[in-house]
Write a protein of this length. Structure first.
Length: 193
């Protein structure tokens, strides 16, 4: 549809966050999901998302490849398909952003940044650290990414109370529910601003 912003979603695993954004896009009037990029050829999300008939490009990340070259490949695909904004949804690789992509790449992180962010802080590791810290609340953060890990401008947060009986796994489930609500809302606001 003309006039709609073209969004790409980068993911590395199951694709649940990507699927949520795809479904949400059907109810929005501001964007379409025009591309999916996956860093793992064996990710369950590749087959999970195939039925949506959105182009999926797999850019395998290996230890022998330079992150900058792989980042350029991913953003080159976005440039080729005239993507306006990239959303990271369960993307587990550190990107090196080309200058013309600064301010156009969103990420969701499973903590209230700047707390519990940075190198090695992803997935269950974040929730384990939160529980160990005896924090009374946790949540998720949608932020712009730059070339420093988990340091970009915060666009929105949502939080949840931590109960005495919460485990890292139960906290992860609580925060994931928040992520599914927050990300589409922040994306819509970002695209309309």
């Amino acid at each position: 549809m003309p006039g709609l912003k073209r969004v790409a979603i980068f993911f590395s695993g199951h694709g649940g966050g990507a699927e949520n954004l795809i479904k949400s896009s059907k109810h929005q009037n501001s964007y379409i999901i025009a591309l999916l990029v996956c860093s793992n050829p064996h990710a369950p999300g590749v087959s999970r998302l195939a039925s949506y008939n959105i182009p999926i490009r797999v850019v395998p990340w290996g230890k022998s490849k330079e992150p900058q070259n792989l980042s350029m490949e991913c953003f080159g695909i976005c440039d080729e398909l005239q993507i306006d904004v990239v959303c990271l949804a369960g993307w587990l690789k550190q990107l090196v952003l080309p200058e013309h992509w600064l301010g156009k790449v969103l990420n969701i992180h499973p903590s209230l940044l700047p707390l519990f962010g940075g190198k090695g802080m992803y997935g269950l590791k974040v929730h384990e650290a939160v529980i160990q810290s005896r924090s009374q609340k946790s949540g998720c953060t949608v932020h712009l990414i730059d070339n420093e890990l988990d340091r970009g401008r915060i666009l929105g947060q949502s939080n949840v109370e931590i109960d005495d009986h919460d485990t890292p796994e139960s906290l992860q489930q609580k925060v994931y529910k928040l992520e599914l609500e927050l990300y589409p809302e922040i994306l819509k606001n970002f695209l309309s601003s």
